[in-house]
Design a protein around this ligand. Structure first.
Ligand SMILES: [Zn+2]
Ligand SMILES: [Zn+2]
Length: 119
């Protein structure tokens, strides 16, 4: 089998030679896939922080407390239907509700857990 020449790792300043067709050496392949993931996560977080702040400005009170006649500032935008990573459900404002921290914790303790058993 003919051997292709090895190519240097694409990481700046890394002198390691890697098999043809591979971009990074073992160490840097791991590092760069990690970079990509956190960069995406950072962008996503920023977008969500903004959407959340904007939503809470228009919906400042916890809906559960309000239903019980209490006015508690909402600090969490909760997904009524668990999004389970589905971006359409995640970004659908109709699926959001403002909750305070304690109501949100109560909800995740009960409803969200039940949903998991249903499927
Ligand atoms: Zn390298
Ligand atoms: Zn509440």
């Amino acid at each position: 089998m003919p051997h292709r020449p090895k190519t240097p790792c694409a990481h700046p300043g890394c002198p390691k030679l890697v098999p043809y067709g591979q971009k990074y050496c073992e160490v840097h392949a791991r590092e760069h896939s990690h970079d990509r993931r956190t960069a995406a996560e950072r962008g996503y977080d920023r977008r969500w922080q903004k959407a959340r702040a904007w939503y809470l400005r228009r919906h400042p009170w916890c809906v559960r407390c309000k239903a019980e006649g209490r006015l508690t500032p909402a600090t969490v935008v909760d997904h009524i239907k668990p999004h389970r990573g589905d971006p359409e459900l995640f970004w659908d404002e109709k699926n959001w509700q403002p909750l305070c921290k304690s109501c949100h914790d109560k909800k995740t303790m009960t409803e969200d857990r039940n949903v998991e058993y249903k499927y």
